[in-house]
Design a protein around this ligand. Structure first.
Ligand code: TV7
Ligand code: CA
Ligand code: ZN
Length: 393
């Protein structure tokens, strides 16, 4: 009923599985896998699946996970059960093995299945890009950027992004990783710290001691040693509370535009964490769906093969709005979908306001004060531009 048609001349693939969405981190835990259900139902209500190749994804194999993660970590992840973790109720995060079983990264039933499905989604997306069957591959179930080689961190157990980028590197000489989640993409940055084939750029709230994970300062640009090819290949854009669409879009395009001309990526991996939206339960920014999505639109305009990953996002109705709208941008249907949430969308009542584009006032009772001065943002851009003088591919 909407005017959604297959884009001419390019292919978008959508990688998901309804199995992932059934898992629970625990009653009060902010990470709600059913936000993926809500996203899929909105994408479907708008008729977008007709314009994409839709894949039901499989579990990643142990060997695939092992291409980044250590065997001792994976073995523990595969066998640890919730009841193995006698909790010290006064000190719930104390001494947990591989950081598993604390309150951020609890052990829950089906954890290994959940992790291997998230990774399977992202690996399938990467393979479709590598064999040129997709120009844009979408993996909203991935984007778990904090996981380390031998450690869970910040709701992330398996770093599906690192696995997908490793897959892209088999074919593509250079991969640009961009991270618009409100948190620093530390796990991905660390994994590629010593190579000049991956440049990582994370935009995030930065207030060490107070805001997780506390890394990603402006001057953290990769190993300083002259002999390390990865030097200058980590870009960090530390921000304060309350940044607006206008400021963010300007920052994003001036930084990514310059990165594109200096680094000349052959593929892009874009983590679209939706906790940078206004009204997020954990986030602190004032971005609207339009501002968040402008990043996807800009990356698409570069005409480089791209994977879109999910990530954070703790107000499920807004996560679904952003990722559904960003899916429409991928297929070039953003002009053709009505802003009104379709009448027949299941879960319609969950959206509270019946529009894809709530105003700031609709997203939160009191918009945050914007603590980002234009002067500070100009200084950030000029530091990044200086870093890029060292990068010439
Ligand atoms: C990618 N913030 C992940 C972002 C990971 C953020 C944190 C929580 C949190 C956890 C809960 C919970 C919470 C309301 C919020 C230092 C601590 C403080 C746990 C209470 N409510 C992504 C990780 C971050 C768990 N962790 O980038 C169970 O907030 O700040 C911390 C660490 C120790 C642990 N405590 C928080 O978006 C996917 N956690 C309620 C129940
Ligand atoms: Ca980020
Ligand atoms: Zn986040």
């Amino acid at each position: 009923e909407y005017n959604i048609v297959r884009p001419k001349g390019y292919t978008v693939s959508y990688h998901a599985t309804s199995e992932m969405e059934k898992h629970h981190f625990g009653q009060t835990h902010p990470m709600k896998p059913w936000r993926l259900t809500l996203t899929k139902s909105l994408v479907t209500a708008y008729g977008m699946p007709f314009a994409m190749d839709n894949y039901n994804t499989r579990h990643a194999t142990y060997e695939e996970l092992n291409s980044f993660h250590s065997s001792d970590y994976l073995d523990y992840l595969a066998t640890a059960a919730p009841e193995d973790q006698p909790r010290d109720l006064d000190n719930p995060d104390k001494d947990v093995k591989f950081n598993l079983g604390g309150s951020d990264c609890p052990l829950f039933h089906g954890l290994y299945d959940y992790c291997s499905m998230s990774a399977g989604t992202s690996l399938d997306a990467a393979r479709k890009i590598c064999n040129k069957q997709s120009d844009i591959a979408i993996a909203w179930g991935g984007g778990l950027h904090h996981a380390k080689k031998s450690e869970a961190s910040g709701f992330c157990y398996i770093n599906d992004i690192v696995l997908a980028i490793l897959e892209l590197l088999r074919l593509y000489p250079r991969v640009l990783y961009i991270d618009i989640d409100v948190h620093h993409g530390d796990g991905v940055e660390e994994a590629f710290f010593s190579t000049d084939r991956v440049m990582t750029v994370s935009f995030h709230k930065y207030q060490p001691e107070v805001f997780f994970p506390g890394t990603g300062g402006l001057h953290d640009n990769g190993p300083k040693s002259e002999h390390n090819p990865g030097a200058h290949h980590a870009i960090n854009v530390p921000l304060n509370d309350g940044i607006t669409d206008e400021q963010y879009e300007h920052l994003f395009t001036s930084i990514i535009g310059k990165v594109n001309t200096h680094f000349r990526p052959s593929a892009i991996a874009l983590q679209c964490g939706a906790d940078s939206l206004a009204g997020d339960r954990l986030g602190r920014f004032n971005l609207k769906v339009e501002g968040h999505a402008a990043c996807v639109r800009y990356c698409k305009s570069l005409g480089i093969p791209m994977i879109l990953f999910g990530g954070g996002g703790y107000t499920p109705r807004n996560v679904a709005r952003a990722w559904a709208y960003e899916t429409s941008i991928a297929i070039g249907a953003d002009q053709n979908i009505p802003a009104e949430i379709p009448q027949h969308a299941p879960w319609r009542q969950h959206f509270v306001h019946d529009t894809l584009f709530p105003t700031l006032e609709q997203s939160m009772s009191e918009p945050r004060n914007n603590k980002n001065t234009d002067k500070r943002l100009r200084d950030i851009v000029s530091h990044v531009h200086e870093q890029l003088r060292f990068v010439q591919h």
